[in-house]
Design a protein around this ligand. Structure first.
Ligand SMILES: Nc1ncnc2c1ncn2[C@@H]1O[C@H](COP(=O)(O)OP(=O)(O)OP(=O)(O)O)[C@@H](O)[C@H]1O
Ligand SMILES: O=P(O)(O)OC[C@H]1O[C@H](OP(=O)(O)OP(=O)(O)O)[C@H](O)[C@@H]1O
Ligand SMILES: [Mg+2]
Length: 283
């Protein structure tokens, strides 16, 4: 079977998490910063390390079979690719922001104003959908500095914690899009068995991340009450303990329910609760 190629970011915000995800999928490869292509020793796959801006086009053109990139970059490059799997990292928002003291109050006030951005395509689409005509100033980085230098009246950029806006005297004005990292593929190639196998591995890693393996001890008298509280993958395993009248319950709990459930379980008589990370959940 033909070796697949996956494109990931060479360095930057998505690099670490992309490498970690592929390693957690059981793929063995060297991650030297100097080698721009790295073969996987235990799966027919090669990893291409690229600038993120280039990834959507590489995939669209079939140079890479799949890629891992932010939704914002896909939107900006206007390519036609298949969305294979949301990955739950690289989460951020793209916002128009204005100086704290700005006279801009509503969307229409952006008419005729200069907006600096590294994402002119997404911004232009948003403005034209809202019948606004602004002067878009394309800059490739450090966008937040531009109003202070007199280059623009507003900016349009990625916001995550909001720290960069605050330290440059800016405040969020309008949310335009939210984004996270996505696994993309070439349209029509989605059913390639190797791609499907990788998607399944990725899903099992993502599922495991969202859940914890929980073991607890409970008296048989309280067992049914405790079991009713457990939202496991299937029904929990119950194992007799050496101590007469006591059992150990093993189950899997979604991370989001975790603290609420633990307190309820303790109140229902659960003791010695041990919580462990899970590596993979294969359904
Ligand atoms: N502060 C942030 N928090 C969360 N995700 C972010 C943040 N900044 C960027 N991202 C996401 O990570 C992606 C890569 O961001 P990065 O800043 O590394 O891009 P870049 O400088 O264009 O990298 P490259 O050198 O590959 O072109 C962005 O397109 C976005 O999807
Ligand atoms: O809201 P925050 O948490 O402060 O994050 C937002 C900042 O993060 C990104 O830049 P990055 O730090 O990746 O640097 P870059 O502009 O050089 O890519 C983005 O361009 C913003 O400047
Ligand atoms: Mg880039």
């Amino acid at each position: 079977m033909k070796t697949l190629k996956i494109a990931i970011q060479k360095s930057g915000r998505l690099n670490d998490k992309s490498v970690e995800l592929l390693k957690n999928c059981g793929l063995n490869f060297d991650n030297y910063k100097s080698s721009l292509i790295s073969p996987v020793s235990n799966f027919p796959l090669e990893i291409l390390f690229l600038r993120d801006d280039d990834i959507p086009e590489y995939v669209q053109d079939g140079i890479a079979d799949i890629g891992l990139v932010g939704e914002n970059v896909i939107a900006e490059t206007k390519v036609d690719v298949a969305y294979l799997q949301r990955l739950g990292f690289g989460k951020c928002n793209l916002k128009i922001a204005i100086p704290n003291q700005s006279s801009i109050q509503e969307l229409a006030d952006l008419n005729g104003k200069a907006i600096a951005t590294s994402y002119p395509v997404i911004l232009e689409k948003f403005l034209s959908e809202n019948n606004i005509t602004s002067d878009i100033k394309m800059i490739s980085g450090s966008v937040e500095i531009s109003p202070g230098l007199g280059l623009s009246d507003a900016i349009f950029d990625i916001v995550s914690t909001g720290g960069t806006l605050r330290s440059n005297g800016l405040k969020p004005f309008i949310d335009v899009m939210s984004s996270e990292a996505i696994l993309i593929g070439r349209k029509g190639e989605e059913n390639n068995p190797l791609i499907q196998e990788l998607i399944q591995r990725i899903q099992s890693v993502l599922r495991a991340k969202e859940t914890k393996y929980v073991v607890l001890n409970v008296s048989k008298a309280n067992l049914n009450t405790v079991i009713k509280l457990l939202p496991g993958v299937k029904s929990p395993s119950v194992v007799d303990l050496a101590q007469e009248g006591w059992v150990a319950v093993h189950t899997v709990i979604p991370e989001r329910d975790f603290w609420g459930k633990i307190n309820e379980l303790k109140a229902a008589g659960a003791e010695g609760i041990v919580v462990m990370p899970i590596e993979k959940i294969i359904l």
